[in-house]
Design a protein around this ligand. Structure first.
Ligand code: SAM
Length: 298
């Protein structure tokens, strides 16, 4: 393969488009494949995860390796990458050969891999990924529900569709975007939108703009159980136009009025008027009510 065109000068590997062609890597929609072939852009994303030398980097969906190469060129000492598409493995093996001992590729579904276990004691670990859009939110929610907290990662640098990025960083003031995802994300992390990426940067171009988001775990998030916060927000935002005294009726074995009174929240409010503190209070109240319902020990 030629080593002349396409911004390949920084690592001596062939241009990504050539790599993809050589390995027959036509993007598959079913795997959420929108590849980045511009190494200047992938280096920008990699730099958002800096400093790279102090952390183990976890990448989900390296594909032909555009972001992987950028992370390595920017100094990542070690990357663990999880890729589901076996067609990408030969291209990734070439990168691993070029950077001996610095890239470990695991073939598998990221939803099935216990990343915390994989990372083990090698802390801190940092996730940097252009996520497959079809499982992006599911992966994020899973990472946010990690126990114990603080988690195995010290930062998440992730590419999402712009609309999802807006839902991640939203505050109650941004009514349309504020919902369950914003509550879960901002309960346990500080969140920040770093920059937009135009559809034209991808092959094939998606219909919508994307954005890179940073999530940094809070050391001491408000006390409440992730599972119960999830349950309460699901009920509240599941019927977001209704008052809480109505929407919270869908919570199992729980009187909505009592729950709201215990959490000291006005039952006439709607979900979008409640901040994270309020949802944490509702989750703690639900925990208390469930504990009260448990049969006493003989
Ligand atoms: N990182 C590459 C880039 O930026 O060009 C590819 C990003 S592409 C948006 C998403 C990648 O995730 C693809 O390589 C796809 O095969 C992979 N993928 C899709 N579903 C996956 C899953 N469940 N587990 C791991 N990887 C997955």
């Amino acid at each position: 393969m030629s080593r002349s065109a396409g911004g390949n000068q920084f690592d001596g590997l062939p241009p990504l488009r050539e790599v993809a062609n050589a390995h027959g890597l036509l993007a598959k929609k079913s795997l959420g494949q929108n590849f980045l072939f511009d190494l200047n852009l992938t280096r920008r994303i990699a730099r958002a995860a800096a400093p790279l030398t102090d952390a183990l980097i976890v990448e989900i969906g390296p594909g032909p390796g555009g972001l992987t190469r950028a992370l390595l060129a920017e100094g990542a000492q070690k990357i663990i990458a999880v890729e589901r598409d076996a067609r990408c493995l030969p291209a990734l093996a070439e990168i691993a050969d070029h950077y001996p001992g610095r890239l470990e590729v695991i073939e598998g579904d990221a939803l099935d891999v216990d990343l915390g276990r994989l990372v083990g004691e090698a802390r801190p670990a940092r996730v940097c990924a252009n996520l497959p859009y079809n499982i992006a939110t599911a992966l994020l929610v899973r990472w946010l529900e990690t126990e114990p907290w603080p988690p195995w990662f010290d930062r998440l640098i992730l590419m999402f569709q712009r609309e999802v990025a807006e839902r991640i960083i939203a505050s109650p003031a941004e009514r349309a975007a504020y919902g369950r995802l914003a509550v879960l994300c901002n309960w346990r992390c500080t969140t920040r939108l770093l920059f937009d990426v135009a559809p034209s940067a991808f092959t094939p171009p998606p219909k919508v703009t994307s954005a890179v988001v940073e999530l940094v775990p809070r050391v001491s998030p408000m006390t409440c159980q992730a599972r119960l916060l999830s349950e309460v927000t699901q009920a509240a935002f599941g019927q977001r136009r209704k008052m809480l005294r109505q929407s919270l009726k869908t919570i199992k074995d729980c009187d909505a009025g009592t729950l709201l009174a215990r959490a000291e929240i006005d039952p006439a409010l709607r979900a979008e008027a409640i901040g994270i503190e309020g949802f944490a209070a509702l989750s703690r109240a639900l925990e208390d009510m469930r504990a009260d319902q448990e049969p006493a020990m003989p």
